[in-house]
Every structure is written in structure tokens, then in C-alpha cells.
Design a protein around this ligand. Sequence first.
Ligand code: DX5
Ligand code: ZN
Length: 223
Amino acid sequence: MEAIISPSLLSANPCNYGEDFKIFNNKDIKSIHIDIMDGHYVPNLSFGIDQVAALRKLTDIEFDVHLMVTEPDKFVEALVEAGANSITIHAEVALHLYKSIHYLKSFGIKAGVAINPATPIGCLEHIYPIANRILIMSVEPGFGGQSFIPFTLEKIKALNEIKKRNNYDFTIQVDGGITLGNIKEVIDCGARDIVIGSSLFKQDLAENIDLFNKVINEIKNIP
Ligand code: DX5
Ligand code: ZN
């Protein structure tokens, strides 16, 4: 699977979503990352369900919802109705993770599980066969614009080894602190869905998408 970039709307200017979505269409962006925070699991607030529904009217691109909330199951049905195509919940708060993954899948959407930098990948061992995506957080969740935590590269690499060895289906996603300086490294380690916030929306969005895609294409073209 080729790597894709998923723009994280957290860093976008809320007055500009319509224009940004046009750029995503022109640049063939496959997935838009939407962070939902409850002020409990993380010390911040962000998008709500009604905003997801309003944004859905502006584009057909996949909505990848990253739920940073303490009770994720509570919001799943409403989010699917609002237009989420993929929902990722945090392993640290899912008391019944196996059940929650099946619950997500019962809506016909992609089911993802995220882990924070200090959470070991081993806690996901029993859900590897059923998860559609595993999100390795490369910053502590809650805010855009933080610096990439280097040891998370080892987690991506180890997870990718497990994926290859067992032929698992899940996609490895990485989120937090991705820049033009480290995107190659995360892809080399095995990440294929690269969430990018502040590095994409600073200055010219279209130009930045081109710059990131250039790096991805260079990796692709290595024999
Ligand atoms: C952080 C969010 C990220 C955030 C990434 O909790 O999950 O999706 O938008 O932003 P950058 O790329 O600026 O670290
Ligand atoms: Zn996120």
C-alpha cells in the first residue's frame, strides 16, 4: 500500500474549510482527519458532532474521526449519521476494547485504535486481527503543533514487523509532529496513513501538499 497524507483539520482556519476542501479535491486527498476532544481525556476541546455533519455537506472525501474522549462508544452512532467513515478510539480508555471494535464495525465503517506514546503496542495483541487501522500517536494527544517524539518510530517499526509476519490487514497511521523532515522516516518504518496538521496548513496549503507528496513519490520510485 502506498502512503497517503491525511490533513488534520485541527490546524485549519475554520473560516476557510470550503476553500481547503476544494484544494483537497484538486490534490486527490483520500482522507480528512477530524479530531474530537472532550476536555477530559485530553485538556482541550475541538470539533463536535454537528460540525462533522456540517462539514459533510462540503465534501465526499472520507472523514477519519479521531475520538479523544473518555467514553467513545457513546458518540459512535451519531458520528456515523453525521458522516464519519472511519472512527478511531483510544485503547487507554476503552474498557472493553474488543467489544468496542466490533461495535464500530457493526456500522460498516473502518474501526481504528489509537495508542499514546507511552502505551506499549503489546496491549493491542488481541485486536490486531480485527482492527482496520492502528494509530500510533507520535505526540501526546490534545494539541496541534507539538514536536514529534522520536521513540515512537520504534513502535511503528515493531508494529509493522508484526503486521508483516502475520499478514494482518490493519493500516498503520501516525499522528503528531509530522514535518517534511521526518515523513520519510515514518513511512520507512511502516506508517502508511500520515496525519499532518500544522505543517500542512501553515502558509500555502496546496504547495505544502505538493511538497509532502513529492517526498512520498520519491520513496515510491526507489527501486
Ligand atoms: C493531536 C491531534 C492531531 C493534530 C496533529 O492530538 O490528534 O491530529 O492535529 O497536528 P500536528 O501535525 O500539528 O502535530
Ligand atoms: Zn488526531
